[in-house]
Design a protein around this ligand. Sequence first.
Ligand code: AMP
Ligand code: SF4
Length: 499
Amino acid sequence: MDGRVTMDPALEMALLPYRRGFATNPAKGPVDECGVFGIYGHPEAARVTHQALIALQHRGQESAGIATSDGENLYIRKGMGLVNDVFDQPATMEKLVGHMAIGHVRYSTTGSSRLGNTQPILIHSRRFSLALAHNGNLVDAAAIRLQLEDEGAIFSSTTDTEVVAHLIVRARKESLEESVIQAVNQVHGGFALLILAPDRLIGIRDPHGIRPLQLGKLGDAWVLASESCAFDTIGAEFVREVAPGEMVSISRDGTLRSQTAIAPAAPSPCIFEFIYFARPDSQLEGANMHAVRKEMGRQLAREAPAEADIVIGVPDSSISAATGYAEESGIPYELGLVKNRYIARTFILPSQARRESALKLKLNPLRKVIGGKRVVLVDDSIVRGTTSRYLVSLLREAGAREVHMRISSPPYRHPCHYGIDTSRAADLVATGRDVPAIRDEIGADSLAYLSIQGMVDAVKRLGSSSPHFCLACFTGEYPVPVADSADKFCLEGGFCGDD
Ligand code: AMP
Ligand code: SF4
């Protein structure tokens, strides 16, 4: 089954004006990829969290935030910008006292940049005071929010994290843990959620394990992070993945308690983490990202050889795959494109013209290397096609004789609804086009993608323990059912992706 469901037309109508009310960036769809970190039992919890967030900065550059607890009270500081912009003053850090903390970096978008959506979010109710930090996207958050609003609830952001906070506070359960379990069983989607109460830290992962969450130890302190590169940076030891549907909770005695909060479903970790999102030095599901990407490049060379003089990769994310392609094909790897590291991600800019001009600032071709050569250009993915179209013409202007584009993932044809930033189906260059038509769109001499089987086999060969993956953006088979109208809502609103 492809996992798409038709939404009740009455509910669609009810949601429409609501979505419009939250209109953000019409060029974008879901914009949710974030990084989370949590620590329990460290005298300098805020300082360690700050370092960990810097390691997770690639997962989000729009805003950053840290909440701490000293066992009695919660403290919070957050703001727009990079981690070091938000936490640039010693005085800011000094206010974040306590031995436990959670931190968040949020993915950058232009239209939906707003202080109100920064995380962690802090709530106070008669029952609980909580800080929440969330990576992912809930496919039914908008419908649940509408219902909560009808019952009198008031919201201060457009994040689905706030919907979960309401559900926790409204749960008629004795303990915080039981309330959290009731709340997360009412929502669906991909999520890694950290909750800080004055006396405890809770981490929970969606039942399919779509979004990553890992557990580590720093001396006697427990740590939780989206990616293991955060553990390496702070000197923590990787312990294990938080299992799909598992909730871990650490309270006053420092003991970690684990329980199944949501019945685990078919494991479906996001394959795009392996292709592009996670840092090359991170381990996910037992596999190292650089090694996996290199293997994807090798497999691509086996599946789609090219007659060429040099192989170049699009910096930085495609270098691993390009070196794999070069090694397997025997064609020398060369540095053909130099990246200006101080230009932010071009992917997120709202208009085509701005994306193209930012790309010009970002990548410069090495004419001496490229001139007169038949070039294999390896990239990890084509989404809208802006980058490939631009790079092919850039390489031709720099004197390339032929440009053979090779992509180390399959054609990206379906929007993501679980927390990765992609465009609407209408903006995806591979939607409704076969490979020759995409090749014509981007102007390359040849174009080939890695097969779905080749991609999955590469991840498994390099040690991934997961038997299945979420492949929905390539296959259209969504592991968590998505309403037919989700694209439209994301376009007109931003709520379902605006977190
Ligand atoms: P596009 O220009 O829209 O085809 O984007 C493709 C380029 O953006 C590739 O070079 C990818 O490395 C990168 N990319 C792919 N997916 C994402 C994403 N979700 N967010 C940011 N960059 C991405
Ligand atoms: Fe990842 Fe694609 Fe699934 Fe989204 S649809 S969670 S990007 S594999």
